[in-house]
Design a binder for this molecule. Structure first.
Ligand SMILES: Nc1nc2c(c(=O)[nH]1)N[C@H]1C(S)=C(S)[C@@H](COP(=O)(O)OP(=O)(O)OC[C@H]3O[C@@H](n4cnc5c(=O)[nH]c(N)nc54)[C@H](O)[C@@H]3O)O[C@H]1N2
Ligand SMILES: Nc1nc2c(c(=O)[nH]1)N[C@H]1C(S)=C(S)[C@@H](COP(=O)(O)OP(=O)(O)OC[C@H]3O[C@@H](n4cnc5c(=O)[nH]c(N)nc54)[C@H](O)[C@@H]3O)O[C@H]1N2
Ligand SMILES: [Mo]
Length: 784
């Protein structure tokens, strides 16, 4: 098998910088992905596995949550999807011998890249208190340790149960059930750090915290905004959808501080034009906005719509829709008339001409879709910003009709489904009522901790057991030093994982690693028959996922099995004292039969009636969405709500920059596939900061110079990320960018979005300091 050993980090001196690309996803993309596949899996396994991605009898791609069209060809191929598959289907293995050779102190000193490159976890591992080394244990012992520690707590609220977004619907449903039967709503999840702002804003304004469009709406849209999103890297299949929409006459407007390759031009490897030609030019207009300027942009666009209506009454606004379906229009319109154009210019960095031209695009479009991702959700004023997107769409009735609507593009492949299944620290009373009817116990009603609150609680010793269903909490969370201290303060940390990561190395006094099957692997029930799980994509389509590969090791359990066996250990008869009562939940049945789990979901979760039958149909089924399907808005007012949101103009103290943390092309969140960011011209390194050339010159820093990034937060210590290469880049003045997770040390735990409590990963005030030079006071110029 032509397979390479894990690569070592080449060290920062290897960094190479070249000109960024202005196009994405062509033939080099495909060869690049196949090469990673060959490295991890060899040639034959690569071919067999990639043929099954997103096919009707195959598995759901563990990459992003972008939906599948109906007419996908076997050859339809997404570079970054292939990388996600290769990462999971790798034939490299982490064995007990590996752990014997690498105590936690050693692992904690390794990079995320090195850790991920070691391969798949193979056996349950246990690090006893007082020891530095994980040793293999049986599953029975592992569950006994968890039960023992959970039972020893004074209150169920002293435990927190994290979820990352790859967990299937079945596993997520069982997991939240276990947690609520245990007695807490401490269910933080990756959404808290991701699209929480979208959920908060949409629930309040349209009554449903999910997107309101289908793929077909994109194809039929007159105008599509792609705001704060880098689909060429993070949702590559979206580029095909945008290309198709364009062929049908849509215009595309990209709003981003960076000229991201995929937004500008797209070479589709699936058609001849993409292979041979210059590709499709995707964005008709590119608004190079300043970080955090989107609220101002959408207020300005809405104001221009109002002005146009004043000039030609009855021609611009959808008066019938506003009257019949919305609430609060007058108050909103009144406030909008006071808009200060100087504030708009300062916040956006855009000229009035450009914004007016964009408004003309809007006026000319019969329907509008707004797509967005992390560029909108990770700011202090993210919730008001997304509310403003809704205001803008409501004005022309651009919701609940074909070709129009809101499209928050989700990240993890089942993050939306996990929420639908009840992974939420603030569950709706109706959901808890349904659980009570189904299982006959009283679920806790008081809200639990979200991700940021969990870190605070662990740090303060209020949460003592941390259990993670997937993910890499240590590296994904803000304020790395604080998060690490918090986790090390726990009595027990438990990671249910497929791959080795930093959360195994930075752990509690006792720690467990529970290795599970991934999407790509065959999941056999006790009767030996193959089982499947289900997922929900970003557009509310629920479908089946069946893995085909033999499991990475004979010791792996499925995630549902882990939950059910833990439940039997925790609640089972003879379980002894503590807060935990014997269980009426049929855990043994659930563990043996996913159909039984789905039947229960069908009774508890709205929209899942006849789940087992409908999900077996090719392509699955679409969940109901009241605003989209019937223009019904289940909000407090019973209408879609216009909201008044005071304009936030992001300002930084003199000499400082606003930093965003983003993804390179070679990573999946904290999983680092490689050290290149091809489209941005970066090779063999990740410690880079992209800065406007004039901002560098002003500070006397040369392109390629070595700097520390120092984050300042009122009343707090300075946070420092050392030794980054400054790269002169096409970004607005005053704004810079570095990669997540290396830059997470800079995000203060208390710097969160209002309402959603999401860390402000896209707006951190920093100063750049020359490496080696003494630190300087505020605003002082650096010598040349
Ligand atoms: N290959 C790959 N695919 C992924 C992931 C991955 O890591 N790798 N992660 C998955 C997950 S969990 C998620 S949530 C998504 C993330 O998908 P994205 O949101 O595309 O991810 P980011 O890299 O954070 O990119 C944020 C984009 O928003 C822009 N931006 C930043 N701040 C602002 C702003 O204030 N205004 C505007 N208008 N733009 C701004 C940045 O320049 C960048 O282009 O991708 C998912 N898919
Ligand atoms: N500074 C900064 N911080 C950020 C962000 C940012 O843009 N900037 N983005 C935020 C966002 S959008 C998100 S979603 C979070 C991501 O936070 P997480 O979801 O916690 O992080 P991931 O890196 O996706 O988790 C990777 C790990 O998941 C495990 N895994 C993979 N597949 C499976 C599976 O099928 N089952 C199980 N049990 N485990 C599996 C593997 O062990 C792997 O190491 O990070 C957030 N943090
Ligand atoms: Mo995400």
């Amino acid at each position: 098998m032509a397979r390479k050993a894990p690569r070592e980090d080449p060290g920062e001196d290897a960094l190479e910088v070249s000109a960024p690309k202005d196009w994405a996803a062509g033939i080099p993309a495909v060869t690049h992905a196949l090469r990673m596949g060959y490295d991890q899996m060899g040639v034959r396994r690569t071919a067999l596995t990639l043929l099954k991605v997103n096919q009707k009898d195959g598995f759901d791609c563990p990459g992003c949550a972008w939906p599948e069209g109906d007419h996908r060809s076997v050859a339809e191929f997404c570079e970054n999807g292939a990388k996600a598959v290769a990462e999971e289907a790798t034939v490299r293995r982490v064995t007990p011998a590996f752990f014997a050779a690498h105590p936690v102190g050693d692992l904690a000193g390794r990079s995320d890249y090195w850790l991920g490159q070691q391969g798949r976890l193979t056996e349950p591992m246990y690090k006893p208190a007082g020891s530095e080394t994980y040793v293999p244990v049986t599953w029975e012992t592992a569950f006994t340790v968890v039960s023992r520690e959970l039972r020893a707590l004074r209150s169920p609220d002293e435990a927190a149960f994290y979820t990352s977004g790859r967990t299937s619907n079945e596993a997520a449903y069982l997991y939240q059930l276990l947690v609520r039967q245990f007695g807490t709503n401490n269910l933080p999840d990756c959404s808290n750090m991701c699209h929480e702002s979208s959920g908060s804003a949409l629930t309040e304004t349209i009554g449903v915290g999910k997107g309101s469009v289908h793929l077909d709406d994109l194809y039929r849209a007159g105008l599509i905004f792609v705001v704060g999103q880098n689909p060429g890297t993070n949702h590559p299949r979206m580029l095909s959808a945008l290309e198709k929409a364009k062929r049908r006459g849509a215009r595309v407007i990209a709003v981003n501080p960076l000229p991201e390759a995929g937004l500008l031009r797209f070479k589709n490897p699936q058609n001849a034009r993409g292979v041979a030609g210059g590709g499709t030019s995707l964005a008709d207009r590119f608004l190079q906005i300043r970080l955090g300027g989107d609220q101002a942009l959408f207020q300005a666009l809405s104001r221009l719509l109002l002005d146009a209506e004043d000039a030609a009454p009855g021609t611009v606004l959808d008066r019938d829709f506003i009257a019949a379906h919305t609430h609060g229009f007058e108050a909103y319109a009144g406030r909008l008339r006071e808009l200060d154009w100087d504030d708009v210019a300062e916040a956006t960095g855009l000229t009035r001409d450009v914004i007016e031209a964009t408004a003309r695009d809007v006026l000319a479009a019969p329907s509008v879709v707004v797509c967005w991702a992390m560029g909108l959700t990770q700011h202090k004023h993210s919730v008001p910003t997304i509310r403003e997107v809704v205001n803008f769409l409501l004005l022309r009735g651009n919701i609940g009709r074909p070709g129009a609507g809101v499209c928050p593009v989700r990240g993890h492949s089942n993050v939306q489904g996990d929420r639908t299944m009840g992974i939420y620290e603030k569950p709706a009373p109706e959901f808890l009522d349904a659980l009570r009817r189904e299982f006959g116990f009283d679920p806790p009603r008081h809200h639990g901790f979200d991700a940021v609150e969990t870190i605070r609680a662990m740090d303060a010793g209020k949460v003592k057991v941390f259990f993670a269903m997937g993910g890499n909490f240590v590296s994904a969370s803000p304020d790395t030093a604080v998060t690490e201290r918090a986790l090390r303060n726990c009595r027990l940390t438990v990671q249910v994982s497929t791959k080795l990561n930093r959360s195994h190395a930075v752990c509690g006094r006792e720690a467990l690693i529970l290795p599970v099957l991934g999407r790509t692997e065959r999941d056999r029930g006790p009767d030996g028959a193959d089982r499947f799980v289900t997922v929900e994509d970003s557009m509310g389509v629920v479908h089946a996922s069946r893995g085909g590969l033999p499991p990475a090791s004979p010791h792996l359990l499925s995630e549902p099995d882990v939950v059910c066996r833990l439940a039997r250990s925790l609640f089972g008869p003879g379980g002894g004292a503590g807060a935990v009562a014997d269980s009426d939940v049929p855990w043994a049945v659930f563990g043996a039969d996913y159909d039984a789990v789905r039947d229960s979901i069908a009774r508890v979760v709205p929209g899942f009636a006849d789940f087992n039958a409908r999900v077996r149909r090719p392509g699955g089924f679409v969940l109901p969405h009241a605003p989209r399907d019937e223009r019904r808005f289940p909000t407090r007012t019973g209408k879609a709500n216009f909201t008044v949101n005071p304009l936030e103009v992001p300002r930084v103290p003199p000499g400082r920059l606003l930093l965003q943390t983003l993804r390179s092309h070679d990573q999946y969140n904290t999983t680092i596939y490689g050290l290149d960011d091809r489209y941005r011209g970066i090779r063999r390194g990740r410690r880079v900061v992209f800065v406007h050339p004039d901002d560098l010159a002003e500070r006397g820093i040369t392109d390629g110079g070595l700097v520390d990034l120092v984050s300042e937060w009122p009343d707090g210590p300075e946070r420092r990320a050392e030794a980054f290469r400054a790269v002169a880049y096409d970004t607005p003045r005053g704004c810079c960018a570095a990669y997540f997770p290396e830059a997470n040390v800079l995000v203060p735990l208390d710097s969160v979005a209002d309402t959603s409590n999401t860390p402000t990963s896209k707006s951190i005030v920093v100063r750049l300091e020359h490496r080696g030079s003494p630190s300087r006071g505020p605003g002082e110029a650096q010598p040349r």
